[in-house]
Ligand binder design. Structure first.
Ligand SMILES: [Cu+2]
Length: 179
């Protein structure tokens, strides 16, 4: 066997290398876990963000409109919606389609947002999708709080302010850029 005088410095080096290896492994594993997490879920609430939300009252109930953006790398679908404020209104996921020149609202099971993409849930002004409120919205409510349930289990809460529908006046056609 070799003298211990020769071996101990090498053993020390080995220890240092092993320590470095462990540090590197921990970093690599950590990075992989983070990358996997980002790939699977995106950022935040399922990697999904809601922009420009508003609601309009209808004859009975109303509609909630918004743009939903998916930052993730996987398709995400809205599978249900509910209202937190006011609580417990009856909701349905809808899509407006034009059939023989007539706008018709269809109930849909889900609203899917492509990876790295968005859905303009703005009724006929977007791609038809919207959340239909099937029960009466109390008069004093001008901001609703809405919750979306995604197929990956994430919840997305957002506020939708009432948008009053402009009643066209005689001079309205003179304005620039209205629609
Ligand atoms: Cu509808």
């Amino acid at each position: 066997m070799n003298g211990s005088g020769l071996r101990s410095p090498r053993r020390g080096e080995m220890g240092l290398q092993r320590a470095l290896l462990i540090v590197v492994s921990v970093v690599v594993v950590g990075a992989s876990v983070t990358a996997t997490f980002i790939l699977l879920s995106g950022w935040g609430e399922g990697g999904v963000e809601v922009h420009g939300a508003f609601f309009r009252r209808g004859t009975m109930g109303g509609g909630v409109f918004f743009i939903i953006h998916n930052h993730g790398f996987r398709e995400v679908c809205i599978v249900a919606a509910s209202t937190l404020v006011p609580p417990g209104l009856v909701t349905e996921l809808h899509r407006t389609v034009i059939i023989e020149g007539q706008a018709k609202m269809l109930r849909v099971d889900k609203i899917c947002v492509p990876p790295r993409g968005e859905v303009r849930a703005l009724g006929v002004e977007g791609d038809g999708h919207h959340i239909m409120i099937m029960s009466e919205i109390p008069e004093n409510v001008d901001v609703m709080k809405v919750r979306l349930v995604l197929d990956n289990g994430a919840l997305v809460d957002f506020e939708a302010r009432e948008q009053l529908i402009d009643i066209p006046t005689e001079g309205s056609h003179k304005g620039h850029g209205g629609h």
